[in-house]
Design a binder for this molecule. Structure first.
Ligand code: SAM
Length: 238
């Protein structure tokens, strides 16, 4: 099936985004595909997408199976979208989704089809793709990074952002008992990993130390998951 580019109005709800995911992720292991299809119901992507300006150049760190890339390309018409992840299996899924988007863009009756996302297998410790980037996103990745490397990864991400650009940090909350526990069980079952939550105040301090200013901070509960969103802007070059 081809993944037609969705209209922004219809797609900016969890259900609309899940429809996009179902059209894009048609290949690969059933469990992986199903997780992508339902992820927009548990992760508030519609809240993240509104911070991605149309026509921007986006870097997505720890892109996983490429869901954010597919959603950005289907709804925000980026000039460029590049995502990287250390998991070969995740990048294979992401590239299959990009192929479906490419086929859909070619068939759409549209003079200016959206960019097709590009996905690379890289660890955060490897050299990163060349910019410039107007948006840098890091979604549910920091809790997978060992605590002693979290600050450096976030500050490197801040450094590759263009002046005037937008930084989107989203991660799972460590506050409370039930929500962090439910996500820990989720990651033990699916990623087989003992995760390390970062404290949102510390993340904010690291990023403001790196020259970014907070424009939005929110706690977004979704079912038994607790999401923390921090959106920051890099000031103009002096
Ligand atoms: C919970 S998934 C989130 C995927 C994607 N950002 C999303 O929201 O759909 C976390 C991802 O971070 C990736 N990851 C963890 N540590 C990484 C590292 N050191 N370098 C690159 N990717 C990493 C994992 O492979 C995994 O795909």
């Amino acid at each position: 099936m081809r993944a037609e580019v969705a209209s922004p109005e219809s797609a900016h709800t969890p259900r609309g985004l899940a429809d996009v995911a179902r059209r894009v992720f048609t290949h690969g292991p059933l469990l992986t595909r199903t997780l992508q299809h339902y992820r927009p119901y548990i992760c508030p992507f519609e809240e993240l997408l509104r911070f991605v300006p149309e026509g921007s150049r986006v870097l997505d760190i720890g892109c996983g199976g490429g869901l954010f890339g597919a959603l950005v390309c289907a709804t925000r018409r980026p000039a460029r979208f590049v995502g990287f992840d250390s998991s070969r299996a995740a990048i294979d899924v992401a590239r299959a989704g990009a192929d479906a988007l490419r086929a859909g863009a070619r068939s759409a009756d549209d003079a200016s089809p959206a960019a097709v996302p590009e996905f690379l297998r890289l660890d955060v410790g490897d050299p990163w793709p060349d910019g410039p980037f107007d948006v840098v996103s890091i979604i549910d990745v920091v809790h997978h990074i060992p605590p002693e490397h979290q600050r450096a990864a976030l500050q490197q991400a801040a450094a590759v952002l263009e002046p005037g650009g937008t930084f989107i940090y989203k991660d799972m909350t460590r506050r409370g008992i039930v929500r962090p526990l439910m996500n820990r069980v989720h990651d033990l079952a699916l990623a087989r990993q003992w995760i390390h939550y970062a404290d949102l105040d510390r993340v904010q301090q690291w990023l403001t130390d790196a020259g970014l200013a907070v424009v939005h901070r929110a706690f977004l509960p979704r079912w038994w998951y607790g999401h923390e969103l921090l959106v920051l802007r890099k000031g103009p070059a002096t």
